[in-house]
Design a protein around this ligand. Structure first.
Ligand code: SF4
Length: 315
């Protein structure tokens, strides 16, 4: 999997002051499963070190202005942002991680100044805004928000599901494979948005007799939108209960009680999600319930990332 990342987060000394903002989760943990495509539109435009810049919004039009002399640098940063956008789009990436608060890279956390010099709220950096416009379905997040275990778990799940779909599409599948793909994502999609899961089921059902390419295109856009929706403890609890239903006829009364107690404890934020999921996984293996064992929801990303072991990963 390839992920585009702000160069300074990878430890490259490329910030305005010649420093970096190395992020260990990205390089040391995510880096075990991904190749990085670095970008830095400011370095391309102004070199390193360089005077600082800011976003000024004048009558709803964002401009890039030098903090040193007030010069309008919008065109220069626009040009290198376009160059970087082109470069990452050609690299076949499955997601982007931006450096927060930057006039170029911030994703909703950049201060927007008013022409009078006062802060007027938060906005996107120029490059991040361009990426949002060009890649509306691509997973993207800023490193600052990834310190929140819930946002981190949701983002990593989205990233791996997106990459999985890209690989699936590249395998030149036929209808039968799409049905199997959809079934394997049943519980993950339900943990995001039940109605979207059903909509995807109708698309796969193809009552309108569309060509397979049309079905796949439609499926792709709804699938990618759905995996971008944040899950919640309530939705996840419903999914766990639903999965437990597939084991109903196999479990002893003690096993059932243990499983339901764990699901309740998860819903009450006493234990993390990994606890009831491990129990479900163990029972599915014990009773050879293949349908459950094929579910991506059990292991949506490498288990070594251990993101579901954190009690704060549920909200
Ligand atoms: S422009 Fe982006 S990548 Fe470059 S130093 Fe600033 S935040 Fe980092």
């Amino acid at each position: 999997m390839k992920i585009a990342v702000s160069s300074c987060l990878l430890g490259t000394s490329i910030r305005f002051d010649g420093g970096h903002k190395h992020d260990r989760f990205i390089t040391d943990e995510l880096g075990r499963y991904a190749d990085f495509v670095p970008f830095c539109p400011e370095h391309l435009a102004f070199g390193t070190p360089r005077p600082t810049i800011k976003v000024v919004i004048d009558q709803e039009i964002p401009m890039i202005v030098s903090n040193k002399n007030g010069a309008d640098l919008t065109d220069a940063l626009q040009k290198t942002s376009e160059d970087e956008t082109r470069a990452i789009s050609q690299a076949g990436i499955s997601g982007i991680i931006f450096k927060s608060k930057s006039p170029s890279c911030g994703l909703g956390s950049t201060i927007a100044y008013l022409p009078n010099g006062y802060a007027g709220g938060k906005t996107d950096g120029m490059f991040a805004a361009m990426c949002k416009a060009n890649f509306p379905l691509l997973p993207m997040e800023e490193e600052g928000r990834l310190y929140d275990p819930w946002l981190r778990e949701n983002f990593i799940m989205q990233l791996f599901a997106y990459d999985d779909f890209e690989r699936f599409k590249a395998s030149r599948p036929a209808m039968g494979k799409l049905v199997a793909f959809h079934q394997s994502y049943k519980f993950l999609l339900q943990s995001k948005h039940e109605l979207s899961y059903r909509r995807l089921g109708h698309i796969v059902g193809n009552l309108d007799k569309l060509s397979f390419d049309e079905v796949l295109d439609l499926y792709e856009s709804v699938f990618k939108e759905t995996i971008g929706i944040k899950s919640s403890i309530k939705k996840t609890r419903n999914v766990l209960e639903h999965m437990a239903g597939f084991l109903k006829m196999h479990l002893t009364s003690v096993e059932k009680a243990v499983l339901h107690e764990q699901i309740n404890d998860y819903a009450n934020k006493i234990i993390p999600l990994i606890a009831p999921l491990s129990t479900l996984d163990m029972f599915a293996k014990k009773y050879e319930v293949e349908y459950l064992l094929k579910q991506k929801f059990l292991t949506p990303y490498p288990k070594e990332l251990a993101l579901r072991s954190d009690i704060r990963s549920g909200k």
